[in-house]
Design a protein. Structure first.
Length: 279
């Protein structure tokens, strides 16, 4: 397949490719990432990379888990970076595979800087971020000329697992009509309360997308005031994306995945609260 694409580079011995695996659906892999999976000697992957994607690695590739999950024992970032450096110095072709995009809340920048300091050659391979691809699978467009012309992306927790105090949440609340929060589930009640306190309407449409693009994707559509309770009632699990804004109302007509499975929503122009599962 790649012989027809002369601009696709090879993963060379001693190099590290920091690549994004997308939000979960293997069909959202980029050609470069798939090419790297076919060539890598060592694949160092994180917790959000599924087995269906790992099966695309060449048969004799070394698969090394280096995932981080909140509240669970996880490798230190320093150790992960040194592992990449060590593998490259052994002359291996190394693929560091991350969920979503490595430069969007994925610590790819930290690992790249460690490689620079160690003198290791590397390439960045962007991936489909969950905040874009995941919401598309939920039938929620990031922008629409009738609802918003700007989007704000923010993380729901910092390296310590708490709501980041370095974020000016009042500015975030007022910054754009649509907000997308990564990794929000543990702190969804507090985040919602802070946004309302900062001036967002309690009745504003909001949605949580759990396990986006995967067969067990689940979506809760509610309001900013009620999203935490509704998510708890639905038993949502991470990973999840949180989106706030009038653009959420468009899901009722753009639920293309639900249409494929025969469970498409009835359009609800009033944006009333609802719980629904999509697969």
């Amino acid at each position: 397949m790649f012989e027809r694409l002369p601009n696709i580079p090879d993963l060379e011995p001693g190099w590290v490719w920091l690549a994004g695996a997308g939000p979960g659906d293997p069909g959202l892999l980029t050609l470069l990432t798939l090419h790297a999976l076919n060539q890598a000697d060592s694949v160092v992957y994180d917790a959000l990379v599924g087995q269906d994607i790992l099966k695309l690695a060449r048969p004799n590739a070394e698969l090394l888990y280096a995932g981080k999950r909140g509240g669970k024992p996880s490798p230190k970032q320093h150790d992960i970076s040194h592992r990449l450096i060590g593998l490259a110095r052994e002359g291996k072709r190394v693929l560091r595979l991350k969920g979503g995009d490595p430069f969007v809340f994925g610590r790819g920048g930290e690992e790249a800087l460690a490689l620079v300091e160690a003198g290791i050659d590397f390439r960045i391979v962007p991936g489909v971020s969950a905040g874009i691809g995941g919401l598309a699978y939920a039938g929620i467009p990031l922008t629409h000329r009738d609802t918003n012309s700007a989007v704000t992306f923010v993380t729901g927790h910092n390296a310590s697992g708490v709501v980041p105090d370095s974020v000016d949440w009042r500015a975030v609340a007022k910054g754009s009509d649509a907000l997308v929060v990564y990794m929000p589930l543990k702190h969804i009640a507090r985040i919602s309360e802070m946004l309302v306190a900062a001036g967002r309407e309690a009745s504003e449409p909001a949605a949580l997308v759990s396990k986006a693009t995967m067969p067990d994707q689940q979506i809760v559509v509610s309001t900013l005031a009620d999203i935490a309770a509704d998510a708890a009632a639905a038993g949502l699990e991470p990973p999840a994306m949180f989106v706030v804004g009038q653009v959420v109302r468009l899901r009722a007509g753009l639920d293309w995945l639900g249409a494929l499975s025969g469970t498409r929503l009835t359009p609800d122009p009033m944006g009333n609260r609802r719980l629904d599962d999509s697969a």
